[in-house]
Design a protein around this ligand. Structure first.
Ligand SMILES: Nc1nc2c(c(=O)[nH]1)N[C@H]1C(S)=C(S)[C@@H](COP(=O)(O)O)O[C@H]1N2
Ligand SMILES: [Mo]
Length: 254
């Protein structure tokens, strides 16, 4: 039986090191090498096979406070254009509420204070962007699973879709995960990052953390969660902004 706590982490960086025969500990620049980047696509397949072997419920590696990156860069949008979000930002999100709807028995509107009052999970994890940078940060928020359980999933519900307040050229950012990831113990709605309320550039008031997948799945500026039976018929039909726009994989397993 696999106990995730004692399982040596198989990391993207570790695999790059093994694959390229390089000593990469602590070296961020290796990701910029074209040969390493080219190898990454192949290694992505290895990751997914490894993840299948370990099981979808295995935990992502968690780190000690000493491993936290001194700087956690941003990527993608660093603010949202939705006028409602801008108003909420100006009001410190005091009247904001997360909507949970779609295939649920009891649609919810959860103010930030309600999310903060729920049992919290804190985790120090490594964020891996598909573009080749990583950062270790501390995230806190309620687990998504109990929130969905409170809403009461209808039998047909298979995906949780995260509708965000930002867009690229008019196309809204959105993401989706299946219910295995939605109920994974490390899947949280983070309103705190590195011991402070989530900053606007990192997705205030709340972002998804789904720790066993790549950066683009970590939806920022989440306004609404929609439970759906399928992803077809929603925007480009591929389940996420980058999946639609650039053909990124829907299941972005690390
Ligand atoms: N709403 C929204 N979520 C998003 C993005 C975005 O542009 N908009 N960018 C994604 C990408 S590609 C990455 S790597 C991370 C970056 O998160 P950060 O800005 O907190 O570092 O957010 C992801 N989630
Ligand atoms: Mo990313």
């Amino acid at each position: 039986m696999i106990t995730p706590r004692n399982t040596p982490a198989i990391t993207r960086r570790g695999l790059i090191g093994a694959g390229a025969g390089l000593l990469v500990a602590g070296c961020d620049r290796v990701d910029d090498l074209p040969e390493v980047r080219d190898g990454l696509a192949e290694l992505g397949g290895v990751h997914q096979r490894v993840q299948r072997l370990l099981g979808r419920n295995a935990l992502a590696r968690e780190y000690g406070a000493g491993a936290m990156s001194p700087m956690f860069r941003t990527n993608g949008n660093t603010e949202a254009g939705d006028p409602a979000w801008r108003q909420h930002l100006a009001e410190g999100f005091s009247r904001w509420a997360l909507q949970v709807g779609g295939l649920v028995h009891r649609p919810l509107a959860l103010p930030l204070s309600a999310l903060q009052a729920m049992p919290q999970r804190t985790q120090i994890t490594r964020h891996d962007c598909v573009e080749g940078w990583s950062a270790i940060g501390k995230w806190q928020g309620p687990r998504l699973g109990p929130i969905l359980a409170t809403a009461g999933l209808m039998p047909a519900a298979r995906y949780a879709v995260f509708h965000c307040a930002d867009d690229f050229g008019g196309d809204p950012y959105y993401e989706s995960i299946d219910l295995i990831d939605a109920f994974h113990p490390q899947t949280i709605l983070a309103w705190k990052m590195n011991d402070a309320p989530l900053q606007a550039q990192h997705g205030a008031p709340v972002r998804l953390r789904v720790e066993r997948q790549l950066g683009y799945k970590q939806a920022k500026y989440v306004m609404r969660i929609e439970l759906r039976e399928n992803l077809a018929g929603l925007y480009g039909g591929k389940g996420g902004y980058w999946e639609d726009a650039a053909g990124y994989q829907w299941y972005a397993g690390i």
